[in-house]
Design a protein around this ligand. Structure first.
Ligand code: ZN
Length: 583
């Protein structure tokens, strides 16, 4: 490590790093309080801050944070000589991880300074410094455990732990301290208006046999809104949780589930604010029952559960149909299409999910569903023909060459403009954060405002990286030799007849990037990996692709292709087109 002389430290250019997790702002303080301590320290020591890196709302359980990543990247550019942080905990929760970052920065001759602890100078101090990390970890575990035990004890005494009551109740917060005359623990009180609605919902399901979607429609007609929702309408998951919530029959529970790292996350790449974002149920024997005021009779409650279970079994949505293009087919409006149709039904459709998502509000897209059997067979036929014909493959190579020439003059997106948009959004974001910091808006409002902004930023960033990777791939892509194509197509022609569904789907996943349904036409985009060995099993496991998010893996020699397939006219009612599945 390079130690700077005192004289050099005056006016030393430094960067600062700050982090607070969203769940723990009460204990950790807001990012502003943390930073003001950092600014004080910097000015007292005569440092000049040239760069700020902030992770607001990020857990320290994970080193993958956008601010910290940027800091580590910039460290290599040597824009500043040191980084100042409030305390090592801000860097990472675990001592070992703190060490990882500190060592990495020190190797780049960048000093890591903390406001709360003096820099270790002697070897002894350095050892103590490292030990400190171990002790804080131990302290934290101890505090966590004490909190947990406190909650368990409270639950065992029959007191409510949660601070937010389920729909139908109000939460009356704890008052005073133990021993005070007017002391009471927090409890649920029946909310007259909401409880009446809960009773109606249960009655509709239990007595009238309504499905959850019917209930949603009914609530919509009656203009009964859920407590919080951006769209102002109920959704099936909220309702199905409500129907199963035993609080309504007087049994509140504590300790039903615990947080885990998701095993099959929807988003694989990118940053995660919280590592344990998924929940797993505990065995019922470990649940702690807390008595609550009853809203629903036990008989009605179990009748509703029975009816819902029966509905689910009979539901046409509970499909086990085979769709070749799952996850690959898109609507012209830019939204995914998904397979839908009755179980073992004649007619299965790929429908725009914009329709489903908006329910019960009017759909945002009016594109018609397309018959899945027809689309599957047309697309399959198309790629089979292409893969087994050297002429067609060579034509695709030619097309790609021409298109590349054009692309040189027309970039896919305008980087500068997109970056401008991002920075505008970031300004908006920081205005809301400031509004929150001075108390002009609350956390809920903040979340509501920031959600769409964050989404837009991610979209723009994706556009940039996608477009960059596209243009990179154009430069890097190696096309197969003519002889290779010949061998490949001959082999494919042999193999591709009489494949079962699983293998077909594996090929589709490997080869097709996207199918877009637009104006009665299917536009198919993809890459045909031309290898000497026609092996299609590598990318397919238990029906789930490893590359869930279309991260295109460009094979060293692959042929990009596009196909345009015209759809036949819509099917007519009452005609059997022979799509019925063989029994
Ligand atoms: Zn659509």
């Amino acid at each position: 490590m390079s130690r700077l002389k005192i004289s050099e430290k005056i006016n030393m250019l430094i960067s600062i790093y700050g982090r607070v997790s969203s769940s723990n702002q009460e204990n950790e303080g807001t990012i502003e309080t943390q930073l003001s301590a950092v600014y004080d320290y910097a000015s007292k020591n005569g440092y000049t801050i040239v760069q700020k890196y902030i992770d607001n709302g990020w857990s320290g359980d994970n080193l993958a944070r956008p601010g910290l990543d940027q800091l580590r990247l910039d460290a290599k550019k040597k824009l500043w000589k040191a980084v100042l942080i409030y305390d090592p905990d801000r860097l990472a929760r675990r001592g070992a991880w703190q060490e990882v970052v500190i060592e990495e920065l020190q190797e780049l001759e960048i000093e890591v300074l903390f406001v709360t602890i003096p820099q270790p100078k002697t070897d002894e101090e350095k050892i103590m410094y490292k030990m400190r990390g171990v002790f804080t970890e131990y302290e934290r575990m101890k505090i966590k455990e004490r909190f947990r035990l406190g909650k368990v004890r409270k639950a065992n005494e029959g007191h409510i732990i949660a601070s937010e009551a389920p729909y139908g109740y109000d939460f009356v917060a704890k008052n005073g301290k133990r021993g005070d005359a007017d002391f009471h623990q927090g409890y649920y009180k029946i909310n007259e208006y909401e409880s009446q609605i809960v009773r109606s919902i249960f009655s509709w399901v239990a007595n009238d046999g309504m499905s959850l979607r019917c209930v949603i429609r009914k609530l919509q007609e009656l203009e009964i809104k859920p407590r919080k929702s951006k769209r102002g309408v109920w959704n099936t998951s909220t309702l199905s949780k409500l129907i199963r919530n035993r609080t309504y029959i007087g049994e509140g529970y504590y300790g039903v589930s615990y947080a885990v790292v998701p095993t099959n996350p929807i988003k694989k790449e990118g940053y995660k604010k919280i590592k344990k974002s998924s929940r797993r149920s505990k065995p019922k024997s470990e649940w702690i029952m807390i008595p609550t005021p009853k809203i629903i009779d036990v008989k009605i409650f179990s009748k509703a559960a029975q009816n819902l279970a029966a509905n689910f079994l009979m539901s046409p949505r509970n499909t086990k149909n085979e769709y070749l293009l799952t996850g690959k087919i898109w609507c012209g409006c830019g939204v995914r299409r998904s397979g839908e149709g009755p179980q073992k039904g004649k007619h299965l459709y790929y429908r725009c999910t914009g329709r489903v998502k908006n329910f019960p509000l009017p759909p945002s897209c009016f594109e018609k569903g397309v018959n899945a059997r027809i689309v599957d067979s047309l697309v399959w036929k198309g790629i089979c023909e292409l893969m087994s014909s050297p002429e067609l493959l060579n034509k695709q190579i030619e097309r790609w060459y021409n298109c590349r020439e054009n692309r040189k003059y027309a970039p896919v997106i305008n980087y500068d403009e997109t970056k401008m948009e991002i920075s505008k959004l970031k300004d908006q974001e920081s205005r809301f954060l400031k509004a929150y910091a001075i108390g002009a808006i609350n956390v809920e409002q903040l979340k509501e405002y920031l959600g769409p902004i964050k989404e837009k930023i991610t979209n723009f960033k994706n556009q940039i990286s996608k477009s960059k990777s596209e243009s990179d791939s154009i430069i890097e892509m190696k096309l197969p030799e003519k002889s290779q194509i010949e061998i490949f197509s001959n082999k494919t022609a042999e193999v591709i007849k009489n494949l079962n569904f699983i293998v077909k789907k594996a090929i589709v996943r490997n080869v097709i990037d996207k199918v877009v349904v637009v104006n009665g036409e299917l536009q198919v985009y993809g890459f045909i990996p031309v290898t000497s060995d026609v092996n299609v099993f590598t990318d397919y496991r238990n029906g789930a692709s490893i590359n869930r998010h279309d991260v295109m893996v460009y094979s060293t020699s692959s042929i990009p292709f596009t196909l345009a397939i015209t759809l036949p006219p819509p099917l007519q009612r009452g005609v059997d087109y022979g799509f019925r599945k063989a029994a």
